[in-house]
Design a binder for this molecule. Structure first.
Ligand code: SAH
Ligand code: SF4
Ligand code: F3S
Length: 462
């Protein structure tokens, strides 16, 4: 045992957040203590994301800054993990520009962290251990979950979709589902600990179970999880429109716990672009899916991801995306400038047929203004309604305000009553005002849940 301290910096998606919890769990088991500040840490792990160039630049910039800390404290250990480690270019770059890094490991061997840290102590050189492909699913790893009542649970690892712009299938490997009983047991244990808002995770949760014997699907799993006492909200992320089945829509519509937030990344509204992205659906099929969701779940909150400036995107293609956004009227959209990822097919096309940067940016701005208008109008529809809100903490900008979310993931700000502590409680709130990115409301009743056994220490997201 040792009594060293650690700090993990996490970039990227919820799968990376979850991986960081597992790394933290292993370190705690080894006797390490977490600290909130890298300056006092004896071990720093940077859990990287490779999905866009900007994510990579942030992580590399951060790793660069840590050189100063390492110079001041040579016994400090620095490890680089996550999706960037899986890219061959990163290792070459680190060797050349970041010799102060002690350890590089990837997404497939994070369960070996204790052994890897041992190797670092035995070696004078950068220890590099990145597996090209994934082994079997490893169960029963320790983990250090976030405080509060929200927990993430992996259900499927990897992605087999190979969208032509995307690095994830290369960094996360082929799809591997966990068995239903393993997931049910994990969620039961979480519910007993007081976690009530459970999000099941995968790069494509709609493929869940196809690789199991016998094959099962996401709807089957959610039905089992719904039965667990203590689970109040059940969420899932991320969905691929192609496998979003009618059975799943009906399961959500009938469920008391599966939230009515339906995130269906469309990426583009143009058929030729969708084809070249290898999304395997057409605009018409996507719109039909949305219609079926709206019919079965009339209060569904729809959100999406859109990429602007995919190689060869014409003004006409882009207008088709704008038109689709007008038709669907999403509550919110995550919009991204296309970023070429080395090794993907689209990166090769980018060389031949790029959309010039100013055009990309102008299109992104047009799309964002349209979406902001629609988001505001959608939020205004909620004024006067009473919603159950999970209070997540205090507003970053104003400690006299609580910040929470509805089950549909809308942020709600509430004037705080200093006489009561409602953090981590589910509370009925009447919506009084609507803005583009958040709602405001007032508490209109007692919390429907007991206080959390693990009152969160971190401040919230807003
Ligand atoms: N598995 C999820 C997405 C994971 S990545 C899904 O298929 O929906 C999250 C989002 O990042 C994607 O939906 C896409 O909109 C965006 N993205 C992925 N690769 C990108 C790239 N090369 N450039 C710009 N955006 C990208
Ligand atoms: Fe990437 Fe497509 Fe897989 Fe999503 S479904 S992770 S966008 S390859
Ligand atoms: Fe990024 Fe890897 Fe997630 S590339 S988005 S951290 S799967």
């Amino acid at each position: 045992m040792n009594s060293q301290t650690f700090y993990i910096k996490t970039y990227g998606c919820q799968m990376n957040e979850r991986d960081s919890e597992i790394m933290a769990g292993q370190l705690r088991q080894m006797g390490y203590q977490p600290v909130n500040d890298e300056k006092s840490a004896e071990l720093i792990i940077v859990n990287t994301c490779a999905v866009r160039g900007s994510a990579e630049e942030h992580a590399l910039g951060y790793i660069g800054q840590l050189k100063q800390l390492k110079d001041q404290n040579p016994s400090m250990r620095l490890a680089v993990a996550g999706c960037m480690s899986q890219e061959p270019g990163t290792i070459a770059w680190l060797k050349k520009h970041a010799a102060h890094v002690d350890l590089v490991f990837g997404t497939h061997n994070l369960h070996e962290l204790p052994k890897l840290l041992d190797e670092v102590e035995q070696s004078d050189e950068m220890v590099i251990d990145v597996w090209k492909s994934a082994g079997e699913v490893v169960e029963h790893l320790p983990s250090q979950r976030a405080d509060g009542v929200q927990a993430f649970v992996n259900i499927i690892y990897g992605c087999d979709k190979f969208c032509t712009y995307c690095i994830v299938p290369f960094t996360r490997g082929k799809e591997r589902s966990r068995e239903i009983p393993a997931i049910v047991n994990e969620v039961k244990a979480l519910a007993q600990e007081g976690y009530q808002d459970i999000t099941v995770l995968g790069q494509n949760v709609n493929s869940y179970g196809h690789d199991l014997n016998p094959a099962v699907d996401l709807a089957d799993l959610l039905v089992e999880l719904e039965k667990i006492d203590g689970v109040r909200w059940l969420r899932y992320t991320t969905s691929h429109p192609r496998d979003f089945s009618q059975k799943l829509i009906d399961t959500i519509a009938q469920s008391q716990k599966i939230t009515h937030h339906v995130h269906l990344p469309v990426q583009s509204g143009s058929n030729p672009i969708l084809k070249r992205m290898n999304r395997k659906y057409t605009r018409e099929q996507y719109l039909d899916l949305i219609e079926r969701v709206k019919r079965a779940i009339p209060d569904a909150v729809l959100t999406t991801d859109i990429i602007v400036g995919f190689p060869g995107e014409t003004e006409e293609d882009f207008e088709a995306t704008m038109d689709l956004v007008r038709q669907v009227r999403y509550d919110a959209a995550f919009t991204f400038l296309y970023s070429p990822r080395e090794g993907t097919p689209a990166a090769r096309w980018e060389g031949r047929d790029p959309v010039p940067n100013p055009v990309k940016k102008e299109r992104l701005n047009r799309l964002m203004s349209l979406q902001y208008q629609i988001s505001l109008e959608a939020n205004q529809q909620l004024i006067g309604r009473t919603e159950l809100v999970l209070i997540e903490g205090l507003s970053k900008k104003n400690p006299n305000v609580w910040a929470g979310r509805t089950h549909t993931n809308k942020v709600v700000l509430i004037d705080r009553d200093p006489a009561v502590d409602l953090i981590d409680r589910f509370v009925p709130v009447r919506i009084t005002q609507a803005k583009t990115f958040y709602l405001t409301g007032e508490v209109v009743g007692a919390p429907v849940s007991d206080p959390s056994p693990r009152r969160r220490v971190e401040l919230p997201l807003v």
